[in-house]
Design a protein around this ligand. Structure first.
Ligand SMILES: [Zn+2]
Length: 220
């Protein structure tokens, strides 16, 4: 099941890439995208964020900065991805209750990704080689109950608040693009956004089914 979900995630990401690559926009290089980001921030009356170069497109709520991929191409995919991160930035800084709730749940999401998920994989591998005894009380308390409850909580947040955040970021982008100085086909942008959200849901479901499987192998 998790292999199927993972496969679907990869396929969706590949479609986004192929589709977005072809939609060329008359914009080149980093400076233009930075101007576009400024224009979008002006539209929503918010200061332009710190813009960094990164390995991928991302928004860092701790630094309140956005990262633009180093190898920036003038493709629809990259433009939409950059503006999507600006959408996250605008949402995080708009002070609504939902934005506050999102930032409060952020540590749970990070802890889940950095500690819980890798811990399950490590314990599965370690127990397969008999390095750990999962029937001991420490492992039962931690991995059967505490971590698992935490993982369920993080997954629920990911699929509700997390996905809502993606939708709202896209909403800001669409609102801007309808009035922006660059000409884009809104229909193509919407298609890319839909595929991106589907890929995120699929990725979350992939992790859920993988952890369920590990849990089953360890304890059932
Ligand atoms: Zn996003």
């Amino acid at each position: 099941m998790y292999i199927l979900l993972f496969g679907l995630t990869i396929v969706t990401l590949a479609i986004i890439h192929l589709y977005g690559k072809n939609g060329k926009i008359n914009i080149n290089g980093n400076t233009e995208v930075q101007n576009l980001i400024k224009e979008m921030c002006n539209e929503y009356c918010i200061e332009t964020p710190i813009i960094e170069e990164g390995d991928n497109f991302s928004y860092n709520p701790i630094k309140n900065a956005i990262a633009i991929k180093k190898e920036f191409r003038n493709s629809l995919e990259h433009i939409v991805a950059s503006l999507h991160e600006v959408g996250h930035y605008i949402f995080y800084n708009n002070g609504t209750i939902l934005a506050q709730l999102t930032s409060k749940t952020l540590p749970i999401i990070i802890l889940n990704r950095v500690v819980i998920l890798p811990a399950y994989i490590i314990v599965l591998v370690a127990s397969a080689f008999n390095f750990v005894e999962v029937n001991s009380s420490m492992y039962i308390v931690l991995f059967k109950y505490v971590f698992f409850a935490f993982f369920i909580l993080a997954s629920v947040i990911r699929l509700t608040i997390g996905i809502y955040n993606e939708i709202i970021a896209d909403h800001y982008v669409l609102g801007f693009l309808k009035k922006a100085s660059i000409l884009v086909e809104i229909k193509s942008v919407k298609l890319l956004m839909t595929l991106a959200i589907i890929s995120q849901v699929l990725l979350a479901l992939t992790w859920i089914s993988a952890i369920m499987l590990i849990y089953e192998l360890l304890f059932i």
